[in-house]
Design a protein around this ligand. Structure first.
Ligand SMILES: [Zn+2]
Length: 223
């Protein structure tokens, strides 16, 4: 089964999806940007968010799920949990591939006008205390922007390693779509007020768009 999902994320608040690497910028945490300096949500960020959301859902359904991202506590060998079967592990390739999410708006302004630097006070993660006198600067992207991207999945019935119950392709697709539906935040931590978003998507199964009724049926597979 070949699945293509077109994804649209509307940011309801400002967000700070980090570049994940040191940049030349003067701020402490820079946002991810493309080569022409427009903000992007990197494919790896989308994948990570969706994977952890699907892990949470799978556990709530009582399924066995290994503990990513530490390789030592993840599925090893031929048997694998439904999450590794979808998103891969250090030993198995991912069946789901993501594009970066890029701005959908016409770009009439300078990219810098979409970025706001917010000061904060650095908090020691370990001790959960404020580090005295230490200001922390975070780049954020203004709210209200819409990002678009795609997800591709190649789901194969004959794939070994998962239990019979988890082998159903519609069930695996359903878990993926449940994960998307329940995705509510990007690039922010709950208490910061950053990163709230609305997710909309269209799903194409072997090139044909899935209508609402079939989508509902696929999602019900797990209930
Ligand atoms: Zn696993």
């Amino acid at each position: 089964m070949r699945v293509r999902v077109t994804l649209e994320i509307e940011m309801k608040s400002a967000m700070s999806v980090g570049a994940g690497q040191l940049t030349e910028s003067l701020v402490d945490k820079s946002i991810a940007k493309d080569v022409t300096r427009w903000p992007v949500i990197p494919a790896s960020t989308v994948k990570g968010m969706l994977r952890s959301q699907c892990e949470r859902l799978a556990r709530s359904l009582g399924l066995h799920v290994c503990h990513a991202p530490k390789p030592a506590s993840m599925c090893l060998g031929e048997r694998r949990c439904i999450i590794c079967a979808l998103f891969g592990s250090p030993w198995h390739e991912s069946k789901v591939v993501f594009s970066d999410l890029v701005l959908s708006e016409p770009r009439r302004v300078a990219p810098e006008s979409l970025v706001v630097v917010r000061p904060g006070i650095a908090v020691s993660r370990r001790r959960r205390t404020v580090e005295e006198g230490r200001l922390f600067f975070t780049e954020t992207v203004i709210g209200g922007l819409v990002f678009r991207g795609e997800i591709y999945a190649e789901l194969d019935e004959s794939e070994g390693g998962v239990s019979a119950e988890e082998a159903s392709l519609d069930k695996r697709l359903g878990l993926l779509l449940f994960g998307l539906q329940t995705l509510a935040g990007f690039g922010g931590k709950g208490s910061s007020g950053l990163g709230w978003c609305a997710v909309t998507y269209k799903v194409y199964k072997d090139g044909v768009e899935i209508v609402d009724e079939e989508l509902a049926r696929i999602l019900e597979e797990w209930q």
